[in-house]
Design a protein around this ligand. Structure first.
Ligand SMILES: [Fe+2]
Length: 245
């Protein structure tokens, strides 16, 4: 399907009935039901924490209110066009909420500074992908989102940061979040620039399409023809463990 290597890390599957010795079929079935219910409970708790992190990050940057949810919606659409499986789709959406986690270490005066950043400030803000991975290092989530956090600002032509990866070195999930993030940044007002229209944003991204893998860019453009949502989507609706249909 894709030439990119996915980075899924599923929850441990419940034990197979044949691996639960000394129990009747009825008892084994009850154990499995309990195990699955516990896994679903844990996943739900993780998603609640993820959502809370997203809100916390947005509260530190007054220009990015709703950013995580919009990026999650755009990214889910792109992932849908690319035909990603459910686990990877969930990973992308969780990554959308946490991709800028490291910005909590960036001083607010830099995040909200009007106008251009000086080189030192730019260097500080460009540390946020690495800081995000550091902050999450001790947290064991069932989705492998570290590659998204670290590499969502990498570019296909090698001009991104923090590692200057290029081409297929950049994981697909990170590229999806990267292009969704870029679109939302262009179409919303930031401290350093006013918002531009959807049409102007698409034109700007067409001019800069070398920043993304051709398949990702094409899926991004195609996602607009499939999209009917406004600028937000319900939180985690339809995600595994969300309780939604
Ligand atoms: Fe970022």
């Amino acid at each position: 399907m894709s030439r990119f290597a996915p980075h899924p890390r599923p929850l441990e599957p419940p034990a197979s009935p044949t691996r639960i010795p000394g129990r009747s079929p009825h008892q084994r079935s009850a154990v499995l039901r309990h195990s699955r219910s516990w896994a679903a409970h844990l996943e739900k708790a993780c998603l609640a924490v993820v959502w809370g992190f997203g809100e916390l990050m947005e509260s530190s940057d007054r220009y990015t209110f709703g950013h995580c949810e919009r990026v999650a919606a755009f990214a889910a659409d792109i992932a849908g066009v690319l035909g990603l499986e459910q686990l990877q789709l969930t990973t992308v959406r969780v990554g959308a909420y946490l991709h800028d986690l490291g910005k909590v270490r960036v001083p607010r005066e830099i995040l909200n500074k009007p106008g251009r950043l000086d080189p030192e400030e730019l260097e500080t803000i460009r540390k946020h992908p690495v800081w995000g991975v550091e902050l999450l290092a001790a947290v064991e989530l069932p989705w492998d989102i570290a590659p998204i956090i670290r590499w969502h600002h990498e570019r296909f032509d090698g001009t991104g940061y923090p590692d200057g990866l290029r081409g297929a070195e950049i994981p697909l999930n990170a590229q999806i979040i990267g292009i969704a993030d870029a679109y939302d940044a262009i179409t919303t007002t930031r401290s350093y620039r006013p918002a531009v229209s959807k049409r102007q944003a698409l034109e700007e991204m067409r001019r800069n399409r070398r920043h993304w893998h051709p398949d990702v860019y094409t899926a991004f453009v195609q996602s607009f023809t499939h999209r009917r949502h406004a600028h937000a989507s319900p939180r985690f609706d339809g995600m595994p463990g969300s309780g939604a249909a």
